[in-house]
Design a protein around this ligand. Sequence first.
Ligand code: ATP
Ligand code: MG
Length: 203
Amino acid sequence: MRNGAATRRLGIMGGTFDPIHHGHLVAASEVAHHFSLDEVVFVPTGQPWQKAHKTVTAAEDRYLMTVIATASNPRFSVSRVDIDRPGPTYTIDTLREISALYGPDVELYFITGADALAQILSWRDVDELFRIAHFVGCDRPGHALLDPGLPEGRVSLIEIPALSISSTECRERVAAGEPIWYLVPDGIVQYINKRGLYRDQAR
Ligand code: ATP
Ligand code: MG
């Protein structure tokens, strides 16, 4: 039930998007459908604190790939809040900033893979996170298990049709000269080729 005509439902999909792939896009589309979201904002991370020991592709390339991949969907948009904020990206800062930008009449749904959801209790300011947003964990059919430590009513799990695509696999495939057609949108294959991304890295 929508609680008031003025309330908008906004999904937030945070990620490194190095590169963005069809797993991310299907997850966002499924959650948008399931929760009747008005919009999903993709938020590429600045320097992700969980990946501080790894080299991550330049924020501008990851941002542009996210724009290219989402451009055709009128309900998808991309925010620069995390890449424009200096220092490591913490989800609490993302949610505070988006919440301030969109104002009080918005319900926030933070969309995440079940792998990330499992680590959520270790995130910064976890109590405030659950106050600001509803959390939606995406998993493959048959894998959906809710961690008993997560607060009741603030977290949902939904099953996404079999998608085992990961950015790591896409990067490894490019480095090995293997195709990534159909794992990512066509424009992303072309952007990666044009910019020569991932060719020389074994990560
Ligand atoms: P990497 O392999 O570099 O960790 P990734 O594929 O996990 O990349 P991220 O940018 O780290 O992509 O993920 C952003 C968000 O999307 C995370 O919440 C992650 O759990 C989720 N996610 C990643 N891949 C999928 C997928 N295939 N289906 C559903 N959600 C996914
Ligand atoms: Mg990941």
